[in-house]
Design a protein around this ligand. Structure first.
Ligand code: URA
Ligand code: CA
Length: 433
């Protein structure tokens, strides 16, 4: 086989066979195919698209390019959840113990933040002592004992994706549905999931800015999940304003604690129930979504889910006193309110730019090497559709520097108060095939 022939075939709109795709991905992973040829191939895919069969072959080839985690020694159906990204998305911290508390094994490997704010691992590391680097055998033991463990992704998980993503990033080929779908699904499959719940976000805080693209991405991933023998469903959720109220690592841990204690923000709570009930049904712990939801609501109300969270934190070395006294996590030197200048209703809270404001405070990374300041971030007191009076705080800035002029200016540009603010729908659509 010759790479140039495969590039030409895709360039001219042809369909590659599974053997051809395997050969290409293996060759690229082993440094036998140079970046310039792979770049040309990616650009051909960008313009010519791929069939579901091609995307599935590519996903499996990427999943098999490195270590594939074997979770078969964990009893039960292992369901993974993946979000395509958002601002202030605290759901994993809540869902992992919530779903585990009703008997679904959660063996979760998470990543760090790719975007502006920290990822799940960064949030967990805001809890003093919490270990995210856990050897595979111990990870499996923890899940068998406690039903839940959340750890860092192994370095050798889907190396083909790591290499391809870096290449796509500098060749303007990130934004391609077959390439995003295979990138995400390859990592889920390599991480050992039997079933997958996808949260595909849409809105300006998301990868997919409009619902049409989000729907195409979601449908593609659900179909390739099926073709790869993984039960998969997707929720298309809104990310035009941040989810919940907290944006920033310690702030989001506190928000997760409050939610697990029954005092969470309505949108975040609802999102957790929607995603959680799908996970419970896919794990075959309930027959219907309604039944699954009732189980989760009961577990939250009774305190079982919160106890599970504490158990998960303790078993991975975290200091539980911070969970019992969450105010200990809030150590930012300055708490600065951003107040409304006029009376009205919040009409705009641009998720993307609010995420950037949190990053500027130190809650996220500008480059991979940047260190995170866990204590800083933003806490929203108002969301789209809420009324606000002149002089009232719209949000609080948690900062370790006194000068927040630049952050404040960016926030002011991206928050509007007007006459009518229509709360966006939380869930746009469910893709269940
Ligand atoms: N997230 C991923 O993991 N891969 C992509 O290509 C895009 C978003
Ligand atoms: Ca949040």
């Amino acid at each position: 086989m010759r790479t140039v022939d495969l590039i030409e075939k895709k360039r001219d709109g042809g369909q590659l066979t599974q053997r051809e795709i395997d050969w290409l991905i293996t060759g690229y992973t082993n440094d036998q195919i140079p970046d310039y040829q792979m770049s040309a191939f990616m650009m051909a895919v960008y313009f010519q698209d791929m069939t579901d069969e091609e995307i599935t072959a590519m996903t499996l080839a990427m999943a098999n390019s490195g270590e594939v985690i074997d979770l078969s020694s964990i009893n039960g159906i292992k369901v993974d959840k993946h979000s395509t990204g958002g601002v202030g998305d605290t759901t994993t911290l809540i869902l992992a113990p919530l779903v585990a508390s009703v008997g679904v094994p959660v063996a979760k490997m998470s990543g760090r933040g790719l975007g502006y704010t920290g990822g799940t691992l960064d949030k967990l590391e805001a809890i003093p002592g919490f270990k995210i680097e856990v050897p595979e055998e111990e990870f499996i033991r923890l899940v068998n004992e406690n039903q839940v463990a959340v750890i860092g992704q192994s370095g050798n998980l889907a190396p083909a994706d790591k290499k391809l993503y870096a290449l796509r990033d500098v060749t303007a080929t990130v934004n391609s549905i077959p390439l995003i779908a295979s990138s995400i699904m390859s990592k889920k499959i390599a991480a050992g999931a039997d079933a997958i719940v996808l949260d595909v976000t849409t809105g300006d805080g998301a990868f997919m800015k409009n619902p049409e693209d989000a729907r195409r991405l979601a449908k593609t991933m659900v179909r390739i999940g099926k073709l790869a023998n993984r039960q998969t469903m997707a929720v298309i959720s809104d990310m035009s304003q941040p989810l919940g109220e907290a944006i920033g690592n310690s702030l989001e841990v506190v928000e997760a604690i409050e939610t697990l204690q029954g005092n969470g923000p309505a949108d975040l709570v609802e999102m957790c129930y929607v995603l959680g009930s799908q996970m419970v049904v896919l794990a075959k712990k309930a027959d219907t979504i309604e039944q699954a939801r009732q189980m989760l609501e009961e577990s939250l109300r009774s305190g079982k889910a919160f106890d599970k969270f504490k158990e998960m934190i303790a078993s991975q070395g975290g200091d539980v006193s911070y969970i019992e006294q969450p105010e200990k996590l809030l150590t930012a030197q300055h708490e600065i309110p951003l107040v409304a200048e006029v009376n009205g209703v919040v009409t705009k809270l641009v998720a993307n730019e609010i995420g950037i404001a949190a990053m500027m405070l130190g809650a996220g990374r500008k480059t991979k090497e940047d260190a995170i300041d866990y204590a800083v971030g933003l806490k929203l007191h108002k969301k789209i559709g809420d009324s606000v009076a002149a002089g009232e705080a719209i949000l609080t800035i948690y900062s370790n520097t006194e000068d927040v002029a630049e952050v404040t200016a960016l926030l002011k540009e991206n928050i509007a108060i007007g006459e009518v603010g229509v709360e966006p729908p939380l869930i746009h659509e469910m893709i269940i095939e």
